[in-house]
Write a protein that binds this ligand. Structure first.
Ligand SMILES: [Zn+2]
Length: 338
């Protein structure tokens, strides 16, 4: 894989080259949406692109010089012409006031007489009002402003916002490229394939998961599911433990395990089983599980994932899901015994 200088990660090489040449030839619109799943490096790319745009002497590959005043301000994190709009602490959305402040940024001259860059991350955290305020901003003449919206949920942006920006898709890197990079940054390089499977192939997510001791946790999660299925553990106690974890991650793994069970049932190729087969008799578990309740359980995970986004009582959501499962499992086992 060719590595372009200036691109934050090796798999960004081709994209970096394309966007840089677009920018340099004036063909790139000044409102972009970087979209792709979490952990493929959209934010790092946006920051690197901003550094390249702001630098006075970036080279023909778009690599910042590292020594000019702009580069020094960027390195210090104090460049006045880069504005980052994020979800404020204790908030779940990007508010309309945050977006209204952007209009000033866009319409006023830059502090440093160069370009201005605005990064909105995640852009899908804008509600309808914030999005409409952004549309007004997009209507302002802003020749010297580059606006970059980041999202893992492209479809969640207003169609009017999507249509006024150029969408740039950040694909998940090829498995071999992702693994090669990940091996180079892990303390235990041999964990790379299993971590990538857990992270749906997203290298930075896999790296994050390594730091969270994800592999032993995933194995533990599967043991808990087995204990629940065989009536050896109390769903309420499990809910209490899971409520202390990173709930979206836990739910996404549980969903992954259930999908794998379904894949095993129908002769597909499971993605997680290979990771846990050394520690878990999951194959037996799959053969004991009926497809009907299995799909019902997958639905309950989806519901829980959706509810967890808005509800304050996360433990209650987990309790509801696990009690339902417990009932399902118990019925299944009764039938198996009779
Ligand atoms: Zn520079």
């Amino acid at each position: 894989m060719s590595v372009e200088l200036g691109a934050p990660y090796p798999w960004h090489g081709p994209m970096w080259g394309r966007l840089q040449s677009g920018w340099r030839s004036g063909r790139l619109p000044h409102a972009l949406i970087f979209h792709g799943m979490p952990g493929v490096g959209k934010r790092a790319f946006a920051e690197a692109f901003a550094a390249s745009v702001l630098c006075r002497n970036s080279d023909d590959k778009g690599r910042p010089c590292g020594i000019c005043g702009e580069c020094q301000l960027m390195a210090a994190g104090t460049h006045p012409d880069i504005t980052r709009v994020e979800i404020l602490e204790d908030k779940k959305e990007i508010g309309i006031d945050q977006i209204r402040e952007l209009r000033e940024v866009v319409t006023l001259r830059s502090h440093r007489a160069g370009f201005k860059v605005v990064i909105v991350d995640p852009a899908d955290a804008m509600n309808v009002n914030s999005s409409n305020a952004l549309l007004k901003t997009l209507e302002e003449p802003s020749g010297d402003t580059l606006l970059i919206l980041l999202t893992a949920r492209f479809g969640a942006l207003l169609p009017t916002v999507r249509s006024r920006c150029q969408a740039v898709a950040f694909p998940t890197p090829a498995a071999a490229d992702a693994e090669a990079w990940l091996r180079g940054v892990l303390d235990r390089p041999d964990d790379a394939p299993a971590l990538l499977a857990l992270a749906d192939g997203a290298p930075l997510k896999a790296q994050y998961l390594a730091g969270q001791d994800a592999l032993p946790m995933a194995a533990g999660l599967i043991r808990e599911l087995e204990a629940l299925a065989t009536g050896k553990s109390d769903p309420l106690a499990v809910a209490e433990r899971w409520a202390k974890s990173d709930i979206p991650t836990t739910l996404s793994w549980v969903g992954g395990v259930l999908y794998d069970l379904a894949r095993l049932k129908f002769g597909g190729v499971p993605s997680l089983i290979n990771i846990v087969s050394r520690t878990s008799p999951l194959h037996d578990f799959a053969s004991r599980t009926d497809p009907g309740p299995l799909f019902e359980m997958i639905d309950r995970v989806r519901e829980a994932q959706r509810d967890a986004l808005t509800s304050l009582n996360q433990q209650m959501i987990l309790e509801g899901m696990l009690l339902h499962w417990n009932e399902r499992f118990t019925n299944m086992n009764k039938r198996a015994k009779s």
